[in-house]
Design a protein around this ligand. Sequence first.
Ligand code: GTP
Ligand code: MG
Length: 333
Amino acid sequence: MFIDEARILVKAGDGGNGCLAFRREKYVPRGGPSGGDGGRGGDVVLVATEHQNTLLQFRFNPEHQAERGRHGEGSNRTGADGRTLEVEVPVGTVVYDDETGERLYDFTKAGERFIAARGGRGGRGNARFATATHQAPTEHEPGRPGDTRRLRLELKLLADVGLVGFPNAGKSTLISRISAARPKIADYPFTTLEPNLGVAQLADFRSFVVADIPGLIEGAHLGHGLGIQFLRHIERTRLLAHLVDVSEGSGRDPVHDFETVLAELASFSNDLAKKPMIVVASKMDAAQNRARVDSLRNLAAERGLPYFEISGVTGQGIDELKYAMAERVLDRQ
Ligand SMILES: Nc1nc2c(ncn2[C@@H]2O[C@H](COP(=O)(O)OP(=O)(O)OP(=O)(O)O)[C@@H](O)[C@H]2O)c(=O)[nH]1
Ligand SMILES: [Mg+2]
């Protein structure tokens, strides 16, 4: 299982100090104590969101501090409370205390909130200490410090985009071009034996997760090749990118390849076969026969599927494809 991890420091706001003051006003003899209370420090609250799917943002931004409470003032003015700081974490994040290892919270739904650090209470002003026999109190309290905590966040990455296609279609090459994943790439079928996940990043720091799985061949659902057991890794993706080798080297017909893989997907699950799909003509640099390429393009057009042409070798079309994937899986942002 591919796990994303981040360590963060959360600091809640300190409470404001209570005030020491006495009322001094014209025509009011012996004005009493009037020091207001300090405000409460802001909490740091983690909030689950579906707008993020990795913990990447915390690598650039590991410290989160909420506002302190304002100090109390004379004339019984209470200091304002510090604002709560909300920190968004992806749904699926598990929060641990980094010092004790204790598991503190497990986010399963968007909108769930966990108070990671509580703000300090404001100190009481001297007005609070007045009693019938103690009319000019000078006691007043400092605010309490807010909690400081080191947390470890852990997220099981779920893929947004699944790469499917025949063995040798260039799936691993593609994931290595759009993410930091470095799977084994070789000129023979079934190079990939285990699924690989990669985080594809966009220029604006948004990101999505791509899964590269072993290739499928005819009869995969009967156990041919490596079989279809790996398809469960892409069952929860929101988009499939179907790579078809359009170079002469494959020795097969692109349309036939496309339909074969689709049939294998359908025999695994109907949902999978119905997932949104992008058709990708792969190895364009080695495709001399335009008719082969066009047959795939026409097929995509007939089925109303988006179509891209790429080469993992020259880089042709890679960025366009990456942004097309992002557009379809990050539509919530
Ligand atoms: N000419 C050319 N060769 C490519 C391109 N993309 C991948 N290849 C080559 O094709 C072979 C297979 O690439 P992989 O990325 O391992 O293919 P795969 O789909 O992951 O294969 P399996 O893991 O076996 O299913 C390698 O020798 C790559 O160098 C491309 O765009 N152009
Ligand atoms: Mg591979």
